[in-house]
Ligand binder design. Structure first.
Ligand code: FBP
Length: 332
């Protein structure tokens, strides 16, 4: 580990210098995401006395109630890319259609996709929250050009709003973790090349929905809960209602997060989580750290969505647990 504190900007610029042909545009985008993270953190900290909590009185394209902070975080992110001509398109979980940046000197080389506020049910109760982002090359085509596999991402990560504010990202060259030092307003490198433990001791799933799961999924969760000292079971349950917070825990300690399909009539056969804004970016981070992300029978990064707000069932975490989950999920 290096001696002097390494700021996010320095780490990114040093990374750029070791990438032949780098133009610096991706570096600028990552640095700006750091600024957006700080602005959202500040809005979260003041929301309680600035009437920032509660409903925005509107619904998003998925028909879900939008919170004021969902909308504010979305606006902050849109502003973040609104200059310099690097980004042509921004797509968000909170917007029916992507936002196209006009008046650019030329076609911007990137598209940015984000879930501005993950874990929104935690907003009004001061629970842990996150902002998830994904950066893709842009080919100057229609918005449908975003409908590609997760392997096309050039960078992805999240900002975690907890007791500390963290920024975790990958550009396909390892996963790096920064902690915001509020005394200087800078993200400082606190873990470089994070490796996810091969196996864990905990799982995260909303068991209140167990009646909607396929038998194989129920059997897998029962297996984790069945005592077997030698095999390190039972696992502890660790569900915070914020996927970013749960996946971050497992990135550091090992374990598995699940959001299965709802197999009941009228239920959500594809689960809840959005392919482009949530699953692809977290899968890129976790697989870069040595973990796995699966739908139960396919790798999340290989999934090509058919629509901008497509959802998918998700199992993400340590290799041992996700591979075991796939054996259970494939049972008839
Ligand atoms: P949002 O992006 O709308 O917050 O949805 C994602 C999420 O909040 C995850 O962070 C979390 O794990 C899950 O949904 C909680 O869903 P449920 O309330 O069904 O358990």
């Amino acid at each position: 580990m290096r001696s002097a504190p390494i700021t996010l900007d320095r780490f990114i610029l040093e990374g750029q210098q070791s990438s032949p042909g780098a133009t610096g545009e991706l570096s600028l985008l990552l640095m700006r995401l750091g600024v957006a993270g700080k602005r959202i953190a500040s809005a979260l900290a003041r929301a309680g006395f600035a009437e920032g909590l509660g409903s925005a009185g509107a619904s998003n394209v998925q028909g879900e109630e939008q919170k004021k902070l969902d909308v504010l975080a979305n606006e902050i992110l849109l502003e973040t890319f609104d200059y310099g001509g690097i980004v042509t398109l921004a797509a968000s979980e909170e917007m029916a259609e992507p936002f196209v940046y006009r008046d650019l000197p030329g076609p911007g080389r990137y598209a940015v996709l984000f879930d501005p506020m993950d874990g929104s049910s935690n907003i009004d109760v001061n629970g842990t929250l996150g902002t998830i982002f994904s950066i893709r090359p842009w080919r100057d085509g229609p918005p449908a050009d975003l409908l590609r596999s997760g392997r096309e991402q050039v960078a992805a990560g999240y900002v975690l709003f907890g007791p500390a504010v963290l920024l975790v990202y990958t550009c396909g060259d390892g996963v790096h973790l920064f902690t915001l030092d509020p005394s200087i307003g800078e993200f400082l490198l606190t873990r470089e090349n994070v490796r996810m433990p091969e196996r864990g001791r905990a799982y995260a799933v909303n068991e209140g929905r167990a009646h909607t799961w396929a038998p194989g999924v129920r059997a897998f969760v029962e297996h984790l809960k069945t005592p077997d000292k030698a095999a390190g079971r039972p696992y502890a349950t660790r569900y915070s209602a914020s996927m970013v917070a749960d996946v971050h825990r497992f990135l550091l300690e090992g374990g598995i997060y699940l959001y299965p399909a709802d197999t009941t009539p009228g239920g959500r056969p594809d689960g809840k989580l959005r392919v482009l804004y949530e699953c692809h970016p977290l899968a890129f981070v976790v697989e870069q750290a040595g973990g796995l992300a699966s739908t139960g029978n396919a790798r999340v990064l290989d999934v090509v969505p058919a629509s901008l707000h497509e959802r998918m069932p998700l199992a993400i975490g340590s290799r041992t647990e996700v591979e075991l989950f796939e054996t259970y999920a494939s049972r008839p």
